[in-house]
Design a protein around this ligand. Structure first.
Ligand code: UN1
Length: 492
């Protein structure tokens, strides 16, 4: 199967482009060939998007929203197919594949609703016979750069608010997972989204990403990926005075207090640490446990980890799929070796799975370290794999301090039955998302998604907050006094 870019409503690719293979991380099977665009292709996509945007901005928002309803319905109709493609190219287990597609469907219907809201504000003017209001105006062409770990959901968090607000977009999906983007291109086409509103260009970050950021007609860049790449996006975007929205790494912790329901805590840790093989920005990679229940929690986690079946995500009984590629596998193992050197005690896992049926894919054994120092590298740096570090603390204050001691601030969670601890934690945990009595994953699309410190730059995906990324506030004053009134100057 050969994928094609989607530009101005046309599917196209040329033999002259460089091509690369899309591989199934569970077994190395070649799933598709994907073309890698050059700057000229990006320029063409931006030109199409720019032209389409002029008309699209004039389509009433409730009518723009009709397309999102249609897209949501199509995704619903194709849900099982989309989930299967997703599991094949990304590796997450099929149950989570379905969940991710559902997240995209939810986003479509939620943002379609914004077509009939997109609220602005009216406010009194300081002058008489004068009307003042602020409205959300579209910005223009937006550039979307999305990661491989959520190939469809994250793209919907960005593209759907962009669409409903009257923008057009050029989307560069991750080269590891272009098939979901291709599926979305087909859906955009099938529902008759006007040509040029949605454009998809495959290619590398270095070439396509850079070309998008530098293009003078791309007004907004929304990026999700590593903090390292995000810094480059921010600095290049800064030079070109772009509005840049960044969503980057995490080093998310579950705090387990002495009064916690330990069965619930174990379930929450397992789901958020080993689901998606730990490859979520929201994944739990630290457990901060009260010393009084440390040993008990270790025992229960070890017991529960034995039940985690590992394998090809298409097998319904599998709970942990492969990691994305060989490079990821090596990075994870590098950190595990660092953990040993730093004196952490390995309780489970700690190795690459090389025997059958894992040898053709990229599988890492779910790993648990204990007695980890809060400032150890494995407790500070994002590993993006199924590796958890357990850190013991004496009380809630110390737990919060350890949670906040990392450079990231995406998600955190606390298991406690004490209402005072819960309320204090939600106030003091320095992350954009806080859970009480649930793991660190599972954000819902109608709430803002993003984090503090090294996780972001103040913008949010998802929720109504996403509209702030894709709209410009316009303040409008209408003077019906019939005379020149001067604000701030007493005219009486
Ligand atoms: C991500 O890992 O980049 O909250 C997104 C969650 C999902 C989204 C994760 N709804 O885990």
């Amino acid at each position: 199967m050969q994928l094609e870019h989607y530009i101005g409503g046309r599917f196209l690719a040329t033999e002259e482009e460089k091509w690369t293979s899309v591989l199934n991380p569970a077994n190395g099977e070649v799933l598709a060939e994907v073309p890698l665009a050059t700057e000229a292709t990006v320029n063409e996509a931006v030109a199409q998007a720019k032209q389409a945007q002029q008309e699209w901005a004039l389509v009433p928002a409730p009518k723009r929203a009709q397309y999102l309803y249609a897209i949501g319905m199509k995704m619903q109709e194709k849900k099982e197919h989309l989930a299967t493609v997703l599991t094949k190219e990304m590796g997450k287990v099929i149950e989570e594949g379905r969940g991710e597609v559902q997240e995209g469907i939810d986003m479509a219907f939620y943002m379609a609703g914004e077509g009939r809201r997109l609220f602005g504000e009216t406010t009194p003017s300081e002058l008489s016979n004068k009307f003042a209001m602020s409205v959300r105006a579209p910005i223009g062409v937006v550039g979307l750069i999305t990661p491989w770990n959520f190939p469809v959901a994250i793209a919907t968090w960005k593209s759907f608010p962009a669409i409903v607000a009257g923008n057009t977009f050029v989307w560069k999906p991750a080269t590891e997972t272009p098939m979901m983007a291709y599926e979305m291109a087909k859906i955009f086409d099938e529902v008759g989204l006007p040509k040029g509103v949605a454009n998809i260009v495959f290619g590398s970050g270095g070439e396509v990403g850079t070309a998008l950021i530098e293009h003078p007609d791309v007004k907004v860049i929304s990026f999700t990926g590593s903090t390292e790449t995000g810094r480059k996006v921010a600095s290049l975007g800064g030079q070109h005075l772009k509005k840049v929205s960044l969503e980057m790494g995490g080093k998310n912790a579950v705090i387990v207090m002495a009064d916690a329901d330990l069965d619930l805590a174990v379930d929450g840790i397992l789901w958020s640490a080993f689901g998606t093989a730990g490859q979520r920005c929201t994944a739990c990679s630290r457990v901060i446990v009260h010393k009084d229940v440390k040993e008990e929690l270790e025992q229960r986690l070890l017991e529960a980890m034995k039940q985690l079946s590992i394998g090809d995500g298409l097998d319904e009984s599998v709970k942990v799929g492969p990691v994305i590629n060989q490079k990821a596998l090596e990075k994870i193992h590098y950190y595990v070796e660092e953990g040993h050197k730093e004196g952490a005690r390995l309780l489970a896992g700690g190795h690459i799975l090389t025997e059958q049926p894992y040898s053709q894919g990229h599988f890492y054994a779910p790993t648990l370290f204990t007695d980890v120092a809060p400032d150890a590298r494995i407790a500070q740096e994002e590993i993006f794999g199924p590796v958890v570090s357990l850190i013991a603390v004496a009380d809630l204050e110390e737990a919060i301090q350890v949670n906040n001691s990392v450079q990231y601030g995406l998600s955190s969670s606390i298991f406690t039955q004490d209402i005072n601890s819960a309320f204090k934690a939600q106030r003091d945990l320095d992350t954009g998302i806080v859970y009480v009595n649930a793991g660190t994953t599972g954000a819902e699309i109608h709430l803002p998604f993003g984090g503090t410190k090294g996780t972001g730059n103040g913008h949010r995906d998802s929720g109504v907050a996403a509209l702030d990324v894709y709209t410009e506030w316009k303040s409008v004053y209408i003077d019906y006094s019939g005379k020149l009134q001067r604000a701030q100057i007493d005219t009486e």
